[in-house]
Design a binder for this molecule. Structure first.
Ligand code: SF4
Length: 126
């Protein structure tokens, strides 16, 4: 009796493992691919379009050095040191709270350039 229970349990766990393994790989691979694209600046990154109406309204530029100089008060203002930015250090693209609700056609959140800037820039607290 005990051997039958153990065998059934063994078979159940085996089936669960076979089912869960591909799902786990899928869940792990996607964020890795997205992070890799964000690090390299690949075209796969879902970026905020600089010609988007909201982006234009706040003078967003992917390259802060090309931003509207009359609003950018200091050369050390970038998305990566803005309090609205939550991208990881060393990554070229990251989330901005201002665009947090914006997604592309594939329902992926739009990211801003770590080296970008807009007129809503604010310093991060220490
Ligand atoms: S709010 Fe900050 S992080 Fe967002 S686009 Fe403007 S400068 Fe960049």
């Amino acid at each position: 009796m005990s051997n039958q229970v153990n065998r059934r349990l063994f078979v159940k766990l085996g089936i669960m493992g076979l089912t869960a393994a591909p799902l786990g790989k899928l869940l792990i691979d996607r964020p890795v691919q997205a992070a890799s694209a964000q690090r390299t600046g690949s075209k796969d990154v879902p970026k905020v379009d600089v010609n988007d109406t909201q982006a234009k309204a706040i003078y967003y530029a992917e390259d802060a050095t090309l931003a509207n100089g009359s609003f950018r008060k200091s050369d050390d203002q970038f998305c990566h040191n803005c309090h609205h930015y939550s991208g990881r250090e060393g990554v070229l693209w990251g989330p901005c709270a201002i665009f947090s609700y914006r997604v592309n056609k594939d329902n992926k959140s739009l990211l801003v350039s770590a080296n970008g800037w807009c007129r809503l820039w604010g310093p991060r607290s220490a």
